[in-house]
Ligand binder design. Structure first.
Ligand code: HEM
Ligand code: HEM
Length: 290
């Protein structure tokens, strides 16, 4: 289900809602938000757009609610077993991202681009969570997943590898000695590990090509040629790409552990200061439309 058309349209609509809201509020509010703090007081929309105004305050309340809902529903779905059968996790994450981008946009307009006081810490934590979210989303996409959106584990990938090996034996009934030679060639790893990621990937790439060349010469020595030769090399390349997937899975799972350390604490910090902010403003008499 790598994005059915309906699903792609649905995601497009969510993105358009975010873009439209951001653009529309910028457009109607520009003449107000672009003024200096002193001049804003004389602007006709001051009463509506200031942080405690009908609109400005409303943006804060609705934006915060969207964030709370976006976080709560994702965490409940992910962590409570009873809910684990409702929908695909990937789709819940997409909705988390939608609500947790739209919410911060509204909160941004609530601040009216004035970041003062203790609550500024909440605002900048929110920015940190959103930015770390974008990075996390990227890492998340790199982790191989099943159609259900669950992380594939090493066993599952290894199982696919076993099936490939089985194919080599059954379909092309290669000799044990040939199979051994191929397995040995596949097991080799680069002797020198580069520290630089770019250099490492280039080294790995050329190493993989060398492995393929080595296996080609083994097959040629066995007089395997034509269609069979192509098929066997195809299978070997599939296996190399699975090995790459396994490496990536391990790296990304490690990265993701560190990533949670950034996304979650900033979310909590933001939430705590937001609660203090709400209690303080309500205590000082802030009322919305109620
Ligand atoms: C993450 C959520 C929120 C953030 C980051 C945030 C941030 C801010 C900021 C930066 C200001 C301007 C402070 C200043 O004038 O120096 C402000 C004002 C205000 N906020 Fe929020 N806010 C949030 C949520 C809320 C919510 C949920 C409410 C409603 C209960 C609220 C009610 C107010 C009010 C009434 C003011 C005006 C205070 C005044 O002018 O004295 N805010 N907020
Ligand atoms: C104010 C905004 C946001 C808040 C408060 C927030 C909060 C959270 C929380 C509390 C979790 C659960 C962490 C856990 O299970 O340990 C989470 C997960 C996640 N969020 Fe956000 N988030 C926000 C915005 C975003 C954005 C904008 C993105 C992406 C562009 C994003 C991507 C993710 C990802 C990829 C996960 C992890 C999925 C997983 O481990 O299953 N978040 N978020």
């Amino acid at each position: 289900m790598k994005g059915s058309n309906t699903h792609r349209i649905y995601l497009g609509i969510l993105s358009l809602i975010v873009i439209f809201t951001t653009g529309y509020l910028a457009y109607v509010g520009y003449s107000y938000y672009s003024l200096s703090l002193e001049d804003r007081f004389y602007h006709p929309d001051y009463q509506a757009l200031k942080s405690s105004g009908v609109l400005g305050h409303g943006f804060g309340i609705i934006g915060s609610l969207l964030i709370l809902i976006g976080v709560a529903m994702y965490m409940l779905r992910k962590r409570i077993r009873k809910f684990s059968r409702i929908g695909v996790l990937k789709h819940w994450l997409e909705f988390h991202i939608f609500l947790c981008i739209l919410g911060p946009v509204l909160v941004l307009y609530h601040t009216a681009f004035k970041f003062g006081g203790l609550v500024a810490v909440s605002f900048w934590s929110m920015v940190a969570v959103v930015l770390s979210g974008v990075i996390g989303r990227y890492i998340y996409l790199q982790i191989p997943r099943t159609i259900e959106g669950q992380e594939m584990n090493l066993n599952e990938i290894n199982q696919i590898k076993d099936e490939l090996n089985q194919k080599l034996i059954v379909l092309y009934n290669l000799d044990d000695s040939v199979l051994d030679a191929i397995t040995q060639a596949m097991k080799k790893r680069p002797t020198r590990l580069e520290n630089n990621i770019l250099k490492r990937s280039i080294a790995k790439y050329s190493f993989e090509r060398q492995t393929v060349r080595e296996i080609k010469s083994i097959l040629k020595q066995q007089n395997i040629s034509g269609k069979n030769f192509k098929h066997v090399i195809g299978l070997i390349k599939d296996e190399i790409s699975l090995n790459r997937k396994i490496d990536r899975l391990i790296t990304m799972q490690n990265l993701f552990k560190y990533w949670h350390v950034a996304h979650l604490p900033f979310a909590i910090l933001m939430l705590i200061i937001m609660i203090i902010h709400v209690v303080v403003t309500v205590t000082f008499g802030a009322r919305w439309i109620f």
